[in-house]
Design a protein around this ligand. Structure first.
Ligand SMILES: *Cc1c(COP(=O)(O)O)cnc(C)c1O
Length: 381
């Protein structure tokens, strides 16, 4: 597909892929676990065995690489497996700098399990560049991990500035860009080396696939190690899931547009709601990361926001209990709007205040969403 066409166009047609034999506009799902060897003992198809080799998976990867402007992309079995595949490509003794505000399950893995692989992590306020610089140990720090906007406070990291700090010390920068999606932020263009997505969320968008994605600025030795990890540990995505992911990505632009518009509208209105003490959303001028978000996000500030409920934890939980339209569930980035009392899932060590409700704006009518949550807030007073 012509490289000049926009991301939205590339996504809508899944890069224009068709099935050559049948001329079908949707390529078939490749399910074979093994492939025929040529009589002269070669594998000219490039396909040997299903763990490393699957054409449907490659189609999904080609789409992600194209919209990220990446040299190469991988899809994996989940967002967590994508992130862990990066950390396990480091070497024992390597040091990691990670944010205090980040996806909780990954923070827990870094805190509790990464040490078994000889990895040490320092958690910093990623919005404070002096703190990031001070945490870097030259010669030891191999990777800075960032997330922007970051769960569940929607903290914004200045990717360009943190990339410069990493590169000055010979470290790499990897960014969890799940909540921005490749459409709002082209992370690699800002100097990051690797971008990661929980493709479970916006990329797939329908709450029916667990998947992860990685994309790289340079197809180097570190990337080759990630690829070997994926194959050796079987951190792969099945062909049916890869197909569903491709189908979901066709409408990413439309879904993201709707989610961003609704999140902005909800943030603005709840900021003036009597039962809400604070709205956390990078699209609001009052948000600490607004100026940076404006620079590195385009077309919107994402579909994720949090509200802090007057009356504390009990009022927040009571509000979540009273919604009728919003779905009370964890996760994000689907077509249906989700609400979650986040402190209940994050557990110890979380920076999440107990009065916080995390909102994932879906694609429903924003008036319905506002009315439902507003009513639940009022009833919990
Ligand atoms: C969900 C999520 C993950 C983990 O992805 P899974 O597919 O659930 O493994 C990582 N980072 C962020 C920001 C997420 O929202």
């Amino acid at each position: 597909m012509n490289g000049e066409w926009s991301e939205r166009t590339k996504l809508a047609q899944a890069l224009g892929a068709i099935d050559e034999k049948s001329r079908a506009v949707v390529p078939p799902i490749h399910i074979a676990s093994t492939f025929i060897r040529d009589p002269d003992n070669q594998y000219r198809s490039g396909n040997v065995y299903g763990r490393p080799d699957n054409e449907t998976v490659r189609e999904a990867e080609a789409i992600i690489a194209a919209i990220e402007g990446a040299q190469s992309a991988f899809v994996l079995g989940s967002g967590m497996s994508a992130a862990v595949a990066v950390f396990l490509a480091l070497k024992p003794g390597d040091h990691i700098v990670a944010p205090k505000v980040m996806y909780w399950a990954l923070r827990n893995w870094l805190m509790n399990d990464a040490a078994s692989w000889g990895l040490e992590t320092t958690f910093v306020d990623m919005t404070n560049l002096d703190a990031v610089a001070a945490a870097i140990r030259p010669g030891k720090t191999a990777l800075i991990w960032a997330e922007t906007p970051a769960n569940p406070l929607w903290t914004i990291t200045d990717i360009e500035a943190v990339a410069a700090l990493a590169h000055r010390s010979g470290a790499r920068l990897a960014v969890d860009s799940t909540c921005a999606s490749p459409l709002l932020t082209r992370t690699l263009d800002f100097g990051a080396d690797i971008v990661m997505h929980a493709a479970t969320k916006y990329l797939n968008g329908h709450s029916d696939v667990l998947a992860g994605a990685l994309a790289t600025r340079s197809d180097d030795e570190f990337w080759a190690r990630i690829k070997r990890n994926r194959a050796a540990m079987g951190l792969i995505l099945g062909p049916f899931e890869a197909f569903l992911l491709i189908r979901g990505m066709r409408t990413l632009a439309l879904r993201m547009e709707a989610a961003c518009a609704s999140a902005m509208e909800l943030a603005t209105r709840f900021a003036n709601h009597a039962r809400v003490s604070e709205v956390l959303y990078p699209g609001l001028a009052s948000h600490a990361g607004h100026a940076i978000a404006k620079r590195q996000m385009r077309g919107g500030f994402g579909g994720m926001l949090s509200i802090r409920v007057r009356g504390g934890e009990a009022a927040a939980i009571a509000t979540a209990a009273r919604v009728e339209l919003w779905k009370r569930a964890t996760s994000l980035g689907g077509v249906e709007s989700l609400i979650e009392h986040r402190a209940s899932i994050e557990g110890a060590g979380s920076p999440c205040p107990p009065d916080l409700l995390r909102l994932s704006a879906g694609i429903e009518d924003v008036e319905d969403l506002y009315r439902d949550l507003s009513r639940a807030l009022d009833a919990s007073a």
